[in-house]
Design a protein around this ligand. Structure first.
Ligand code: NAD
Length: 301
């Protein structure tokens, strides 16, 4: 039987609708809206497209959203003072610096300069530490891993007691999703294995997974025979494998493939995310959720 397709597009749309209502309600009650600034250095086309998407979504949800474009040759010192300006701005609740930054700027220094209370990407070591401790200590969850957790929970998969296998150990996907899944609590409480380039028998580990989360950046790495029948497969990989002409616009667009051989895997898995349209739409949505939380936290204090 063919797997249920977990539509990130549909789940992201549901969450955005929930957020839109929440934002409207808080505007009426407290007269404040969430403020998000996205700082873009230079004109890298992929980065321009990412920040445009973030700004568009923030506008749609009724945020105060600011796009701050800076030249490629901005000094590190000037960029730090821009971050500082937004750190102190009470109308801004989320500060995001789009990566990658030009080589003359120390990325770590910039990310660490964002005040943890406005670090809606959850890259600051203080927030990463809070996530690791879990429970009440958590301020934000990083956007892609938080989106993965929502996809699993909202498509009805039980994580408690499940064997979760994560392929990849990056700081933005593999390590945080493994950490989130092993916490005690709803949408977690799993037995987690992390496999990576140093793992001896990838296939044997993957075969045990009730929930298989793949974030390797290698197209088609996970073969259908590595999947336990009925498993929930979350394919985080986004790999450009070529180009094609768009039927809508006639322009050349990238052909994207995940890390899992989707067509064959869907005949074995119980549920699977497509690429594109799976994890991708969730990432921006969780950024919006974090910004709403950052604003709500200021109302409490
Ligand atoms: P990364 O390159 O930083 O990390 C990849 C990890 O996979 C590494 O830890 C590595 O050890 C492991 N790995 C690579 N090849 C392997 C192999 N052959 N066997 C076992 N392990 C292997 O990548 P990342 O930033 O974690 O991203 C992973 C993928 O997810 C990429 O395709 C990226 O584009 C995609 N991604 C998507 C989103 C989204 O919003 N949809 C967000 C972030 C990343």
């Amino acid at each position: 039987m063919s797997a249920k397709i977990i539509s990130g597009k549909e789940i992201a749309a549901q969450i955005r609708e929930e957020l839109r209502k929440e934002v409207a309600g808080m505007k009426e009650k407290y007269g404040v809206v969430p403020g998000l600034v996205t700082i873009l250095v230079g004109k890298n086309p992929a980065s321009v497209s990412y920040v445009t998407g973030k700004q568009k979504t923030a506008h749609e949800l009724g945020f105060n959203s600011i796009q701050d474009d800076q030249p490629e040759d901005i000094s590190e010192e000037d960029l730090l003072s821009i971050v500082d300006k937004y750190n102190k701005d009470p109308k801004i609740h989320g500060v995001l610096v789009q990566l990658p930054l030009p080589g003359h700027i120390n990325e770590k220094k910039i990310l660490n300069a964002i005040t943890p209370d406005k670090d809606v990407d959850c890259f600051h070591p203080v927030n990463v530490g809070r996530m690791m401790i879990g429970g009440d200590e958590v301020k934000f969850l990083p956007c892609t891993p938080a989106g993965i957790q929502e996809l699993i929970v909202r498509s009805g998969y039980e994580t408690s007691g499940a064997e979760v296998v994560v392929v990849g150990r990056s700081n933005i996907v593999g390590k945080p999703i493994a950490n989130i899944m092993l916490q005690k609590g709803k949408g977690a409480n799993a037995t987690v294995t992390v496999v990576h380039t140093g793992t001896k028998n990838l296939e044997e580990h993957c075969k045990r997974a009730d929930i298989l989360i793949v974030a390797a950046g290698v197209p088609g790495l996970v073969k259908p025979e590595w999947i336990k029948p009925g498993a929930c497969v979350i394919d985080v990989g986004v790999n450009r494998v070529g180009e094609k002409k768009s039927e809508k616009t006639g322009r050349m667009i990238p052909i994207l493939k995940g890390d899992v051989d989707f067509d064959a895997a869907k005949e074995i898995a119980g549920a699977i995310t497509p690429v594109p349209g799976g994890v991708g739409p969730m990432t921006i949505t969780m950024l919006m959720k974090n910004t709403v939380k950052a604003m709500k936290d200021t109302l409490k204090s």
